[in-house]
Design a protein around this ligand. Structure first.
Ligand SMILES: [Zn+2]
Length: 207
């Protein structure tokens, strides 16, 4: 069965000094590069997702008259309000400068609709629209995904859960992920939830 590497949101704003820096976010870049080289050597596809918001995106506290970290509802869906991040075309939205971008075969953009947040690389949070990820994977006959990236408790988790629900076999490289951890155990809970739904937790050395 054909396998692909799926790199989640390895963008400047989620790394050191970024607008929405994930603790130790940078530490996954070297692991991502090692995984990229392995997949490239095996001639297997490498996909990277990008959170890609318009400046007026309503998940930003400043655009919704809320405070950063506050929770509430946006158009009927539970929402956490975030600092402005990954605004289309800005430095913060670019992939990390050390990431071996030239070996990436496909970019998937998400979060362009300003009315709804989009943690998963497959669908927005209300599953109202989908990205081209599933159709692209189907066109390439890919049934297995090896996933790593940022952040464990949001975009990695929802991508993995949606991927499992769509029937993909998923291995998660745990040492290639870091979490936001608004609550201290959020990442651990996310890992547990992914495993309960069928994901296999591995480490870089296992691929
Ligand atoms: Zn976002």
């Amino acid at each position: 069965m054909k396998k692909a590497l799926l790199l989640i949101d390895l963008q400047n704003d989620f790394c050191l000094n970024g607008a929405l820096a994930v603790p130790e976010g940078d530490d996954v870049i070297d692991i991502a590069n090692q995984a990229i080289r392995l997949f490239h050597q095996r001639n297997l596809p490498i996909i990277a997702t990008l959170d890609w918001h318009p400046a007026d995106h309503k998940s930003f506290a400043v655009n919704s008259g809320t405070q950063i970290g506050e929770t509430g509802e946006l158009n009927g869906l539970p929402q956490i309000w975030w600092a402005e991040h990954c605004v289309q075309g800005t430095k913060g939205a670019e992939l990390h400068p050390r990431l071996e971008k030239q070996l990436i075969n496909k970019l998937i953009y998400k979060g362009q609709n300003n009315e709804i947040d989009s943690y998963s690389a497959f669908f927005d949070n209300g599953k109202l629209s989908e990205t081209e990820l599933n159709s692209w994977l189907t066109s390439q006959n890919i049934k297995q995904l090896v996933v790593l990236g940022l952040a464990t408790d949001y975009c990695v988790k929802f991508t993995v859960l949606d991927g499992l629900a769509l029937g993909y076999q998923i291995e998660l490289i745990a040492d290639g992920c870091r979490g936001v951890n608004l609550q201290p155990h959020d990442s651990q809970q996310a890992l547990t939830e992914m495993v309960q739904n069928g994901a296999k937790i591995i480490r870089l050395v296992d691929i």
